[in-house]
Structure formats: C-alpha cells, structure tokens
Design a protein around this ligand. Structure first.
Ligand SMILES: Nc1nc2c(ncn2[C@@H]2O[C@H](COP(=O)(O)OP(=O)(O)O)[C@@H](O)[C@H]2O)c(=O)[nH]1
Ligand SMILES: [Mg+2]
Length: 145
C-alpha cells in the first residue's frame, strides 16, 4: 500500500483534502500533531512548514511516505515554498496541489503553480474541495485506492 504525506501552511486545506480523498465527511479540526487519515495519508500540522526549526520533523515523518504532496492555497499571497525545497525529501515522489481554486483567479492559480514547480514538484494539480474539482484526477495520479 502506498503512503501519502500532506505538507502545507496552516489553513491551506491539507486536512480537508485528506478527508475528501477518502470520501469522509468534511470536519474542521485544527491539526495539532502528525495524524493518519484513513490508513494511508499522513496529515501534518502547518506549523511544521512555517517554522524552519521543525523541518527535521517533516523529513523524519516523510521517511514513511511514498508520495509527498506539497499544498499551496491559490489565494495565498506569501511565498510558502522556497525554490528547490522539495529536495529535502530526496528520493520521494513529489506532487504539488494548488488548493482553493474556487477562491482565486487564473493569475493567482498560476502563481501558486510556479511556486510548487520551483519547489521541485514533478506534477501539479488544481483542486477545490467544496466543488470537488480536480480531486479525482489527483487521486488517480497518485494511485490512491
Ligand atoms: N473555499 C475553499 N475552502 C477550503 C478548501 N479547502 C479547505 N478549505 C477551508 O479552509 C479551512 C482550512 O482547511 P484545513 O483543511 O483545516 O487546512 P489545514 O490547516 O491545511 O489542514 C477550512 O475552513 C476549510 O473548510 C477549498 O478548496 N476551497
Ligand atoms: Mg489540518
């Protein structure tokens, strides 16, 4: 069984997308620790990405994952991922997901995609959880059962 790991800033939609990928009811809950959603998805607290001193926790947690998914909300105005950042997960398949496309325009979506590309994502998807757009395409690509 493949394992997936979600990484992104607080509020960018990691937990919601994890629930949606598993067909679960969407329930808001602040993620305070590394948690397993379903039996294959490692959900992480956004603070692990936002605070550089916690990067080591991301690296250690990623050893259990086959696919690392970097998420960036389309309406984010900050630079979430620095160029080449994905290399800290050396050897893992790196997939980018632009979330919240329902809240953004084309220019914003493109900006988020560039950032994920520069971070090192080999493939990038655009999703909206309220509409479900793009979620099945992502699920199929990563090979989630
Ligand atoms: N409009 C919109 N809201 C979303 C989307 N994905 C998540 N949200 C909302 O964003 C907030 C934070 O989501 P959450 O999954 O907890 O983010 P996390 O901190 O990355 O786990 C919640 O209120 C979600 O309902 C999306 O695609 N579109
Ligand atoms: Mg969360």
């Amino acid at each position: 069984m493949k394992k997936f790991m979600m990484i992104g800033k607080v509020g960018h939609g990691k937990t919601t997308l994890s629930q949606q990928l598993h067909g679960m009811d969407i329930e808001y809950k602040k993620t305070q620790a590394v948690e397993l959603v379903g039996d294959d998805t490692i959900d992480t607290p956004g603070e692990y990405l936002e605070r550089k001193e916690r990067y080591s926790a991301l690296i250690v947690t990623a050893t259990d994952a086959d696919v690392v998914i970097l998420l960036c909300a389309a309406n984010d105005t900050m630079c979430t991922f620095s160029p080449g950042m994905g290399s800290m997960f050396a050897g893992k398949e790196l997939v980018g997901v632009v979330t919240k496309i329902d809240l953004a325009d084309e220019k914003q979506i493109k900006r988020a995609k560039f950032m994920l590309e520069f971070a090192g994502c080999q493939k990038i998807f655009e999703v909206s959880c309220p509409t479900g757009e793009g979620v099945d395409r992502l699920k199929e690509y990563i090979g989630m059962d």
